[in-house]
Write a protein that binds this ligand. Structure first.
Ligand SMILES: [Zn+2]
Ligand SMILES: [Zn+2]
Length: 382
């Protein structure tokens, strides 16, 4: 089968690989119909995530058709159209039972933090991803959801990560009616978080990024105020001034490859002395008001990250963070998509054939051609 193949930092290609096989009675094999490239795949692509092995196939946002099922699978059958949450969850461990499907204890054995994720390095279990013609889905009686017939395929694939992660960013922020919410990052997740902030009663939503085309999109889509941090002398002072006492809520939708401060970039991105550049997290902590909430969905590496913790204590800030619990959120998010409250497919700006994966990564990572969300379509999709 054809699959995306990681060859080292900033080198990926489409390559023939062996077909995945059922390895456990709870597995299914899915023939992929759509697979997104995620902003967090760019951390892998850039070589910023530890233990990203050459030969890995990325891709944690995909839909497909069930091709083969393991002996224990009764909830799915060959031919079912499914969307597959990016996190792999056993459904039975203490964390899954608590609804923390992003922190499953069984899908990333030996790890104490994140659970298994498709195509996201061996730090999340070494599972192969869905930027391929076929993919093995473990614990398939738990994660995959049969796509309701009235949910369009492009919306379905966005329900595997972008919508739940953006939504959970707003949910974790504990937004109170009238709150001012500042979102750092105008990638698909930041844009979705800004959109969802309104659903929780925000009174004002501000998005900060460095790319005008993304800010323009966010302004119209969320809708919200937008600001380019390159036009600010000091983003923290700017937000404090714009909000009076500071934002009630700050959302970090950037993560480990934040731009904006040279020292953070050198320590976190070049020298890898911390789990990435935490510039957005610094700005969030320093520009939220006393007693405010910082919600983090940006991806950081497992190693230590320098944060201004004294400010967290002295300002009485609540920090909440996690990978989205996709399975927990899917029922209500399907309803939001169905009713038109959220229109996720609007974020998809590009479609590439899987053969063209190298070009797709190049365009997305270089932020060319107004790219917000690219889809990969395998040759066997139809
Ligand atoms: Zn993603
Ligand atoms: Zn579990």
């Amino acid at each position: 089968m054809l699959a995306m193949d990681y060859r080292g930092a900033r080198r990926v290609r489409a390559q023939q690989k062996p077909m995945p096989e059922i390895q456990h009675p709870r597995d299914v094999i899915v023939r992929v119909t759509r697979s997104c490239i995620c902003g967090s795949d760019l951390h892998l692509y850039n070589g910023a995530v530890p233990d990203t092995r050459v030969g890995t196939t990325f891709g944690h946002e995909f839909t497909g058709i069930v091709e083969d099922t393991g002996g224990a699978i009764t909830s799915l059958k060959r031919g079912d159209h499914v969307l597959v949450p990016f996190n792999i969850a056993c459904g039975q461990c203490a964390f899954c039972l608590e609804g923390l499907f992003g922190n499953c204890h069984e899908s990333n054995p030996g790890a104490t933090a994140v659970g298994g994720i498709f195509g996201y390095s061996h730090t999340t279990g070494g599972h192969q991803g869905g930027q391929a013609e076929y993919v093995r889905v473990p614990f398939a009686d738990v994660g995959p959801m049969i796509i309701p017939p009235d949910i369009e395929p492009d919306n379905a694939v966005m329900l595997t990560d972008v919508v739940p992660t953006g939504y959970q960013a707003a949910e974790m922020a504990g937004i109170q009616p009238g709150d001012t919410v500042v979102v750092f990052g105008a990638g698909p997740i930041g844009i979705m978080a800004a959109r969802c902030a309104w659903l929780f009663g925000a009174g004002r939503v501000i998005v900060v990024d460095e790319l005008d085309y993304r800010l323009d999109f966010a302004r119209q889509y969320a809708p919200c105020e937008v600001h380019n941090f390159h036009t600010m002398k000091d983003p923290v002072l700017f937000i404090k001034k714009a909000t009076g006492l500071g934002a009630d809520v700050c959302i970090d939708a950037v993560g480990a490859e934040a731009a904006g401060r040279a020292m953070q970039s050198v320590l976190g991105r070049k020298l890898k002395l911390q789990g990435g550049s935490s510039t957005a997290l610094h700005w969030a902590i320093n520009s939220v008001r006393k007693g405010g909430v910082v919600s983090v969905v940006g991806v950081y590496g497992p190693t230590a990250t320098m944060v201004p913790f004294g400010n967290v204590v002295n300002k009485g800030i609540t920090i909440r963070a996690n990978q989205a619990s996709v399975k927990r959120l899917l029922p209500r998010l399907v309803e939001h998509v169905r009713s038109g409250i959220i229109d996720p497919k609007a974020l998809i700006t590009h479609r590439f054939s899987l053969e063209d994966v190298s070009n797709a990564y190049r365009i997305f990572s270089s932020k060319l051609d107004g790219c917000i969300k690219p889809l990969l379509i395998p040759p066997t999709a139809e």
